[in-house]
Design a binder for this molecule. Sequence first.
Ligand code: AMP
Length: 395
Amino acid sequence: MKTLNDFNFENKKALIRVDFNVPLNENFEVTDATRIVSAKPTIIKILEDGGSCILMSHLGRPKGVQDQFSLRHIVKNVEDILGVEVKFVDACIGEKAETAAAKLQPGEILLLENLRFHKEEEAGDKAFAEKLSKLGDIYVNDAFGTAHRAHASTTIVAEFFPNNKCFGYLLAQEIESINKVLKDGEKPVLAVLGGAKVSSKITIIENILDAVDHLIIGGGMAFTFIKAQGGKIGNSICEDDKQELALEILKQAKAKNVQVHIPVDVIAADAFSNDANTQVVDIDAIPDGWEGVDAGPKSRKQFHDVVMECKTILWNGPLGVFEMESFAGGTIELGNSIAEATKNGAFSLVGGGDSVAAVKQFGFENKVSYVSTGGGAMLESLEGIVLPGIAAILE
Ligand code: AMP
């Protein structure tokens, strides 16, 4: 796996695909700069080598050229975070971009305009990728958040750098973290899958059964399993057409010696609302008119014990409706358990959509080993797919 450390960037221009697709408020201020901060080590290493950086990214989903999606808006933020002046050019290909790139001196940074102002970017257009490739000497991909897309700047452009392409530190770290769980995780390995739907996690479950010793199935997903086993789930969220699949998964898990843990009790609410009436009931005996919205106390204890036993932990998906304060307890307790296990030496990876939001919201970000920066990219990796952006560097 070629990374930055395999290259000396002295007097070289690095063409770096970063993921600066950051959220902006109505005043065009960055409201969460995590992705910019995450790209910093790669950029600094190249500058310290005596190279220069040409940064390319998309921002939002523009339809053609739309000023509100210009990367110009984030120049100041990027400068503040990197502590280095950032030049900006309002083009990403063509003469203007080529001139700006050619002028760049060692130690300097140039940010290109939004790649998605050109429809060729998402189409993975080869001629567009070739134009991008003219800007730099070495291609660096550090954008995990878009590595699952075969776009011009994330995948196709790599073809034009057959011997001069590598992963940035962030992308390398994402790959290593996934491998630590799926390939060479210290045993026992645990995956905690929660969230709303079985259907969105099914391929992940099937893929990770070969890698894990324990599987916790929590959140709304659990009810499909309980109903399939004949339990009464009241009004709880359920995918009726996935019941057979749920039983099949349990069978596969047994055949592969994976211990599956499903909540035994739940907090049931009489409405999907933060101030609903609640009661703790067995998960397979939820009264009519009530729905399970969070893990119950016995389940939390059960999950805590499993977490504390494991040396490698993957967490994807909340254990309850964590957006409502009254139903966030199970997710918070799980986060605390994972933090404690991490402190005791376990490796913990949090990834994919809502679990990252939960981890940030409850302040666990620095208490787990790694929080993935990619939602969809992380989910696809866990499904066992070699992402096109990663394959393009490995080829
Ligand atoms: P996902 O995107 O599949 O990880 O699902 C995350 C969503 O699952 C969050 O918005 C949670 O509110 C929701 N969720 C978790 N547990 C439950 C539950 N018991 N009932 C309904 N929704 C749930």
